[in-house]
Design a protein around this ligand. Sequence first.
Ligand code: ITT
Ligand code: MG
Length: 168
Amino acid sequence: MKISIGSKNPSKIGAVKSIFACDEVISMNVPSQVSNQPFSDSETKEGAIHRATGSLTASSSDIGIGLEGGVMNVDDKLYLCNWGALVTRDDIIFTGSGARVLLPEKIGAELQKGIELGDVMDDYAHKKHIRKKEGAIGILTNNQVSRKEMFIHVVKLLYGQWEYWKQN
Ligand SMILES: O=P(O)(O)OP(=O)(O)OP(=O)(O)OC[C@H]1O[C@@H](n2cnc3c(O)ncnc32)[C@H](O)[C@@H]1O
Ligand SMILES: [Mg+2]
């Protein structure tokens, strides 16, 4: 079975490969059709769906997967959020979201200026390419949960829903 994923980010590809272990995984950049830095659950989820459908349309895969990172407000505080979507050839869409973590106010202020979280995080932690490695969630949890591990959980939610649907 062939799976496409709408991203070239290694933490996203790694998560998909961990769960769909013996399948062929095709990765490609496709437009998320939302802002580079989504600012709500809804926008982040839409981005994930567009990445999944975009990769399906652009390849001969059996299912398409999209994973999208964003931020969202709870009680006037910004949290990191992540969404995933799995789309089948007959247009069934499964979605699920990942762990959330509070963003320090300093980070929230930079995001409000229009800077992407990936860039804000590199500045904040004095590191490079955090988005492709441990991620904001890895930095903020002192590496208890990496971005790949968080995405593995999201991919499990998608995989499980899809398996259940196939059996029923
Ligand atoms: O190549 P793509 O797939 O776009 O990978 P990305 O790292 O840009 O990831 P997203 O577009 O899904 O994330 C949207 C924005 O949020 C940032 N972001 C989200 N989660 C992050 C994390 O855990 N660590 C660092 N940056 C993160 C990311 O850098 C983008 O600016
Ligand atoms: Mg991006």
